[in-house]
Design a protein around this ligand. Structure first.
Ligand code: GAL
Length: 660
């Protein structure tokens, strides 16, 4: 595959004359791939069983002739009106039993057998027709699975959920025991009695809720798989993907990542939020990690404003380019946009595009053309190379996300916010962080951070223990190991067997009102936001203690050394600044993990190594100087110092590749 540069190409919204201009402009912008037919079901199958492919033949052939690859969508994300009206059983049902209407998009229950039958019939027809077409470079299944239909609570989903439960538990007795249904008189006599967790007077059984999240992610994945299976049968060798949405709570992307041939992602950082580039960096790091370090594709971003925020700020000059290079630096082999040509009608007409409504005499178009030219030049030195790992990983776990944010916990918790503090602190230290799954092999890492790993079963805890045994540095933060995978407490208290690894015992959680002053003091000093714990050091050294609140005077930060490794526990919540202070302490205390940091990097500037290149990217609105020397590939000159203008980018190679 070449480096992907292009967009969703909704050609069906435009007359044929526009298509010719589209191809001409695509070539001018160095577009290499177009994602075609994302929302075209009602044109491909205008009535039940009547298919019309000729218009799509023309688009695909024309792009192919022009040397532009087609990422062919299966068009199943939004069923046509006739299908919804003819088969209301396909419609999405919310937790109150409301049936959601067609008229927007994704109004479908992914578990509906009728929907699956129609969707796979369409996919079969598409794959038969285009599966061997030389212009089709990839299949794009549906679109953003679960974005508008994350969970369905209707009767058909209830039946599929019961089968899922039966597959998991085998018998209703086992389910009763593991869900703990003696609590509040919730015992079931058979699977037939189990319902989705629909609107109820107060909170549901936590194990029930957790299983429903798992089931709903699986239900979406199974709808994806139904289509992917057809494509693999009829179009062997053509890679199959679907576009992820970063940290998307309803879909456990670790499971999904095993079923796509390459990872692709949609990303829309808010240009108006000064540090949204940091969340974007975190999202890119997740995508690279989901693919095990292999290149991925940024499948959608905007050239400028979106249309779905309360205020849709445009990207500032250079900002789209900086965010694109951020993705490239962090492993992307493709930069794509939603969408090619700004719509004239419909609900997304205010959304920016590669070809703006204002036409090509525009800032956006000039930036699009310039980026396409640069990427084409960079392709030989970037394509297929890997982002360099710094030896640091953060554990990310959807079970923990789902559980920590349930009702009926010690406080309103925000899982991703906890993860964010640690990722952003590392980012500010100049460290490129990977994400790992709870079952991942940790041996490639020197430092592993487990923030709020709320759900951790014994096998995970044992894996952490052997990581420390083998000399790794482990940092575990508050609210880790609260429950096992059945949403039940570990016998003996929080952390289960990890308590011994860490040398601590958590006696009691002590969240406090944010206005109450509770701080951590000692080796690091910071104010907690709302979280503290009453902890006893049982074999660990105490490096900082709580001041104020119930835990006053007790351990807040501990370390248990283990020959070359060490296990740290932080019993408080942490802002990015607090997390940075803790990380600095870890990195400066022997035995310390050997991590290359670069605290001297100006704030708002990131530095990432990929292959033989070093990317320096500024997300600042002003000019900044960075002390680096090398060969500046974009400027085609040797430099002793880098001057980055607003949203400027420099890419350094050790030396010039071009012969003089
Ligand atoms: C994505 C979606 C696109 C478009 C875009 C607008 O969620 O996949 O079809 O709607 O957002 O930002």
């Amino acid at each position: 595959m070449p480096f992907w540069y292009g967009a969703d190409y909704n050609a069906e919204q435009w007359p044929a004359e526009t298509h010719e201009e589209d191809v001409r402009l695509m070539l001018e912008a160095n577009v290499t791939v177009a994602t075609v037919a994302v929302f075209a079901w009602s044109l491909l199958e205008p009535s039940d069983g009547e298919f019309e492919f000729e218009w799509l033949d023309r688009i695909i052939d024309r792009l192919y002739e022009a040397g532009i690859g087609v990422d062919l969508a299966t068009s199943t994300a939004t069923p046509p009106n006739w299908l919804s009206l003819q088969h209301p059983d396909t419609l999405l049902v919310d937790e109150w039993g409301h049936v959601l209407s067609p008229g927007s998009r994704q109004h479908v229950n992914p578990s509906s057998a009728t929907y699956r039958r129609y969707a796979t019939r369409l996919v079969r027809r598409l794959a038969e027709r285009y599966g061997q077409h030389p212009g089709v470079v990839a299949w794009h299944v549906g679109n953003e699975f679960g974005n508008d239909n994350p969970r369905d609570y209707g009767d058909e989903s209830a039946a599929v959920f019961r089968q899922w439960l039966e597959g998991k538990y085998g018998s209703i007795e086992v389910l009763n025991a593991r869900w703990g249904t003696t609590f509040w008189s919730q015992r079931y006599r058979s699977f037939e009695e189990v319902l989705p967790p629909r609107a109820a007077p107060t909170f549901h059984n936590p194990a029930h809720l957790l299983d429903y999240e798992r089931f709903s992610s699986d239900a979406l994945l199974s709808a994806y798989r139904a289509e992917a299976d057809v494509l693999r049968e009829l179009s062997p060798g053509v890679p199959v993907t679907t576009n992820f949405m970063g940290f998307f709570r309803p879909a456990d992307y670790w499971a999904w990542s095993r079923e796509v041939d390459f990872i692709s992602d949609d990303s829309y950082p808010d240009p108006a939020v000064e540090d949204s580039w940091m969340d974007a960096a975190m999202q890119r790091d997740l995508m690279r990690s989901l693919g095990g370090g292999r290149p991925w594709v940024l499948m959608e971003q905007s050239t400028s404003a979106v249309n779905w925020r309360p205020l849709n700020a445009p990207k500032r000059p250079g900002q789209m380019r900086a965010l694109s290079y951020q993705a490239v630096a962090r492993g992307a082999d493709g930069i794509m946009f939603f969408q090619w040509r700004q719509s004239q009608r419909g609900g997304e007409k205010f959304h920016s595009a590669m070809v703006p409504a204002a036409g090509t005499d525009s800032r956006i178009w000039r930036e699009v053309v310039e980026l396409g030219r640069e990427l084409r030049e960079l392709e030989p030195s970037v394509l297929g190379t890997k982002t360099e790992s710094s030896g640091v990983a953060i554990v990310i776990d959807w079970d923990s996300w789902w559980s920590a944010e349930q009702p009926s916990t010690p406080a309103r918790l925000d899982y991703i916010d906890a993860v964010r503090s640690w990722h952003h602190a590392l980012l500010n230290l100049g460290v490129t962080t990977d994400f790992v799954h709870v079952d991942s092999d940790l041996s490639a890492y020197d430092l592993v951070v487990a923030p709020m790993l709320f759900v951790a079963d014994e096998s995970t805890l044992a894996r952490f223990d052997s990581f420390v045994e083998r000399g790794g540095t482990l940092l575990v933060t508050a609210l880790t190991g609260v429950t096992d995978a059945d949403a039940a407490f570990h016998r003996g208290g929080p952390l289960g067997s990890l308590a011994a690894t860490l040398g601590v015992r958590v006696e009691e959680y002590a969240p406090h009102d944010p206005t109450e002053s509770v701080s951590v003091e000692g080796g690091v000093t910071f104010s907690t936001r709302h979280w503290a714990e009453v902890v006893h050091a049982e074999g660990a050294e105490v490096l900082a203690t709580f001041r104020g609140g119930l835990a006053d005077g007790g351990p807040a930060l501990t370390r248990k050394r283990n020959r070359t490794g060490s296990a740290w526990y932080l019993a408080a919540d942490a802002t990015e600044a607090a997390a940075r202070a803790v990380l600095n302490l870890i990195l400066n205390t022997a035995p310390n993990p050997v991590i290359h940091t670069d605290p001297a990097l100006p704030s708002g500037v990131e530095e990432v190594r990929r292959g033989t290149l070093t990317f320096l990217i500024s997300h600042r609105p002003d000019t900044v100087r960075v002390a680096r020397s090398g060969y500046d590939v974009l400027a085609d000159t040797a430099v002793d110092e880098i001057v980055l203008e607003a949203h400027g980018v420099a890419i350094l190679a050790a030396q010039s590749n071009t012969p003089d």
